[in-house]
Design a protein around this ligand. Structure first.
Ligand SMILES: [Fe+2]
Ligand SMILES: [Fe+2]
Length: 315
């Protein structure tokens, strides 16, 4: 807090905070902010960080079985990027006063969530391409507006993350294009992976607007710029022509262009499935958390060694 800010009363500080938001300026870590704003951000950014870290697992499953050295190098780099995204985001939560160790403990104790999408299995190598195309594609739709989020460190972190996500999306699409130009068996793999990932990708945008109680406040604070349904529609509009270019069929017979709305219509999402997966009962929830917990425990000696080394440097 700056000396000038210390002299202000709480209502004055609150008015200043609201003016910053109104003018589309950024709130920085040392600025005064309402407790609820700080709490909302810690929760959102931590969930985002957890998603990046847990999101390494489904694709990492294929690193040892990538079909060529080139594909292995690409996949390794991509999974490593996701680790980097997680680390930037945990750093952003630290600027809000959160403790990274506590957040990791909340994740492995199931007290904080991560994106539902990473609780689905990766069954064939085309899944790697479809994750890049659809999952990173959906992540981009969600995250590009976050580059204008009102909290400075989060917004700035998202700029770099989005650049890498769009690279991920293109590598996924390129992999699928290559497979679609291959054998019938490869084309079937791409279609099978598309069938399995399409609906879970739509669920990545979260519950429908009428069932998303926190959206209004997050939008008023300009943490969020668009509603879940707006972003989902944007993703569908972007993806349908890409599916046509690839030559795959999206598993929804209700997809059709609506001239009046200027958007693609699409079918009803199975929200019961979403609720099941988000509450821990998806196909891979237990496996993902067990793996994360084991990695955390196996890494204890590294953290201890790093802390001991850092302490030595300061003496
Ligand atoms: Fe990422
Ligand atoms: Fe990514």
């Amino acid at each position: 807090m700056t000396p000038a800010a210390q002299a202000l009363s709480e209502p004055e500080l609150e008015r200043h905070f609201e003016q910053v938001i109104e003018r589309d300026q950024r709130i920085e870590p040392r600025d005064w902010m309402p407790d609820a704003y700080r709490k909302t951000l810690v929760r959102q950014v931590a969930q985002h960080a957890h998603s990046e870290i847990i999101g390494m697992q489904p694709e990492a499953n294929w690193i040892t079985r990538a079909p060529s050295l080139r594909r292995k190098a690409i996949l390794l780099a991509k999974v490593q990027d996701e680790a980097g995204h997680g680390l930037y985001l945990y750093s952003a939560t630290e600027t809000l006063g959160a403790d990274r160790t506590e957040l990791t403990e909340k994740l492995i104790d199931s007290k904080q969530k991560y994106s539902s999408i990473f609780n689905y299995p990766t069954l064939n190598f085309a899944d790697v391409g479809v994750i890049g195309w659809l999952v990173d594609g959906a992540a981009i739709c969600n995250q590009v507006p976050l580059c204008r989020s009102s909290f400075g460190p989060y917004a700035r972190g998202m700029v770099r993350i989005c650049k890498e996500e769009s690279f991920h999306q293109r590598q996924g699409f390129e992999l699928l294009m290559t497979m679609m130009r291959g054998t019938d068996a490869q084309r079937r793999m791409v279609q099978d992976a598309t069938d399995r990932w399409w609906w879970p990708s739509l669920m990545m945008f979260g519950p429908p607007d009428h069932d998303s109680p926190n959206t209004a406040q997050s939008m008023a604070w300009k943490i969020k710029r668009h509603t879940n349904d707006e972003l989902r529609q944007r993703f569908v509009d972007m993806t349908v022509p890409q599916a046509e270019a690839l030559g795959v069929t999206l598993p929804d017979p209700e997809i059709s262009w609506n001239d009046e709305r200027g958007h693609y219509d699409f079918g009803e999402i199975d929200w019961d499935e979403f609720k099941q997966v988000i509450s821990g009962n998806g196909p891979c929830n237990a496996e993902r958390l067990a793996h994360r917990r084991a990695a955390h425990e196996d890494g204890a000696w590294v953290r201890e060694a790093a802390a001991a080394y850092a302490a030595k440097q300061h003496t």
